[in-house]
Design a binder for this molecule. Sequence first.
Ligand code: ZN
Ligand code: ZN
Length: 242
Amino acid sequence: MIGRYNMRVEVVLVQRERFVVRLARVDTEYEFGMSLQMKELLERLSKCRRCGEECKNLDSHFSCPGRYREVVHNGKVIEALDDLYMILPKAALEEFGSQERRETSRRAGFMRALRIKRASGKYSEKEVSALAKVQGWRCFYCLTSIRSPIPFHRDHYVPLSTGGTNEIANIVLACLPCNSKKHDLHGDTFFASMASNLSDERSRELQALKSAVVAWRNRPATRKLSEIVLEVAAREADGTDV
Ligand SMILES: [Zn+2]
Ligand SMILES: [Zn+2]
């Protein structure tokens, strides 16, 4: 668990000797906010833009009456009263930048975990190994072996970011290069582009793999339904109460 602080930080102005960051409150249940390391960095290096004092404690500056001046940059008002503005020396830009880059990758991980948490559905490890068997331990997009110990990714065919679910019906197993190349593309789009790069024979193999996965996905539900229909029909036939 990474410690987070309930504000988001954003550089709004870079000048010759200083730069200004805006801190806006966020709900850390739904947004990453910033890390405690970033908070510590700001408290160590920044001055409050309203009162001109050193920060020491970010929270205390929310109540600064201060002198509010509208800051206009490129024709846009960039300062608003309900956010905190902090001034940092330009010399700190590099340190700030490297902290911010770490934050960006943590934020990506956080947002991804959040999307999975919020997406409907959940698949089991049993389903994943069944799917691996159906795929013949080959990557869904390029047929490369994903047999152990080669690691594979559980790819959301329709990305979570575009409303895909976290159910097994939306999961395909892919090799690491394919998964990272696919990124946030829809599975159909990526599959088509991968298939077009293969020889006719390999492309047919890939299509066959896809058909096998589709058939596997459809099978359990269909069988269940037909079983129920048969069961009901049988009961009706011997007059059992349903
Ligand atoms: Zn202040
Ligand atoms: Zn692949």
